[in-house]
Design a protein around this ligand. Sequence first.
Ligand code: S3P
Length: 172
Amino acid sequence: MILFLVGYMGSGKSVVGQQLSEILGYNYIDFDDYIERKENATIRTIFETKGEIYFRKAESSYLKDLSKLKETIVSLGGGTPCYGDNMQTLLNTKESVCVYLKASIPTLTKRLFNERAKRPLLAHIDSESMLSEFIGKHIFERAPFYEQSSLSIQTDDKSISEIVEAIVLKLF
Ligand code: S3P
């Protein structure tokens, strides 16, 4: 099985993916790290030097590399399912499951405000209230893609281990 974790930036995809892979003895791929290795540049540098359209094309083409993997957990980027035919690629991947890690706007705002420098789409936002408004609109646009996942987990009131346990109970 290949398990794709989808969800907005800051929803816990990486940390949940890592723990899940340890528990299941699966391989683990952080898709942002994968793109950075392939492009030999950080996501931030790719956005700055080549622009978002270049990044989205590269993201879409690297996503197709993953479709033959087995026993792997992949934490995707927050935008991955929302561009081109990526969601279709995920859903058509053999023996794959998409899990949506859902978090509320206040939770995401709190988590992302101090980490926004690492995220090119958020780095320019100066206040928590503007960040909260941005996240709200952005999730509204992206939710129709995230919601195509076969499982969604509400994460606000759960610890990382509880999220991992909920996924294992539902899928294994
Ligand atoms: C993005 C999310 C980031 C990264 C890039 C764009 C997005 O990944 O792929 O900065 O469009 O939501 P994380 O969700 O891992 O932060």
